[in-house]
Design a protein around this ligand. Structure first.
Ligand SMILES: [Zn+2]
Ligand SMILES: [Zn+2]
Length: 264
């Protein structure tokens, strides 16, 4: 499988309130591990009823863009800087999300689904906290997973995404996660929709500390590659020391021709 391991396409900063470090710290960390391109993928969520904001406000997005543009100039010739958004889809607010994304050009638009709604409140499906896991589990693990994939499919079809993030990370901290044949079929439908739109699939290395391999599994990556979908590496860093984490392990996990030249 081919993947460019000189680009980290998914890092967060202090702007999202749950990551740490300045944008420049991430650029320095990326150069220190030999990357030639780094793309910030800051969190956008719209209409989420949750007890903290794990995403950027409009004003913070403006600051992020301004700082990112300056950084791009400052690091020119040393490392390429990309500015992107990780969109957590909320089907009830699709119009606003689309409007936000159309306001400025972005180098990368990652599609995710983080917040599941039960009775007007949202619960984070990738969280390890009991306050999220317990209500989601009593709602039904299988049902939450089914709705997760259905919502991702809608997001792929509705939004101008360029890459799909951590596809199979749903309920990653819940011990009873099991993908049924129905879920596998949903994944196939998502991949087919991505192939039609020319979207890439993220190989997210934050899976290594959680489960000893990337998100998504090799079987899903193989299915994607067979459909002609491009793979793109992302560390999902929430602190500078995580930039490019576990990229060196990917060749063993993905096999094949992994050393492609950096994007021009
Ligand atoms: Zn985050
Ligand atoms: Zn995410």
């Amino acid at each position: 499988m081919q993947i460019d391991l000189t680009t980290d396409g998914h890092v967060h900063t202090k702007y999202c309130h749950h990551a740490h470090g300045e944008m420049a710290d991430y650029a320095e960390a990326a150069m220190a591990v030999g990357l030639t391109r780094l793309t910030f993928l800051e969190h956008l969520e719209v209409g989420i009823n949750y007890d903290e904001a794990t995403w950027l406000s409009e004003a913070e997005f403006a600051q992020y863009r301004a700082e990112g543009e300056a950084l791009r100039e400052q690091y020119q010739g040393r490392i390429e800087i990309g500015l992107g958004v990780e969109v957590g889809y909320n089907p009830k607010r699709a119009l606003e999300i689309r409007e936000f994304l159309q306001r400025h050009p972005w180098d990368r638009v990652g599609i995710s689904f983080h917040y599941y709604e039960i009775d007007g409140r949202h619960y984070n499906v990738v969280s390890r906290r009991k306050a999220n896991l317990e209500p989601l589990a009593s709602h039904g693990v299988e049902r939450v997973i089914t709705d997760y994939f259905a919502t991702l499919l809608a997001a792929v079809e509705t939004l101008p995404g360029t890459v799909l993030c951590h596809l199979d990370a749903v309920l990653r901290h819940h011990p009873e996660v099991r993908f049924t044949a129905g879920h596998q079929h949903q994944i196939t439908e998502i991949l087919q929709a991505m192939a039609r739109k020319g979207m890439a699939l993220e190989v997210n290395t934050s899976g290594f500390p959680h489960r000893g391999e990337q998100y998504p599994t090799r079987a899903i990556l193989e299915e994607a590659v067979a459909l002609g979908i491009r793979l793109e590496a992302g560390s999902d860093s929430h602190r500078p020391s995580e930039v490019g984490r576990h990229f060196h392990r990917l060749p063993d996990f993905l096999g094949g021709d992994h050393s492609v030249p950096p994007q021009s």
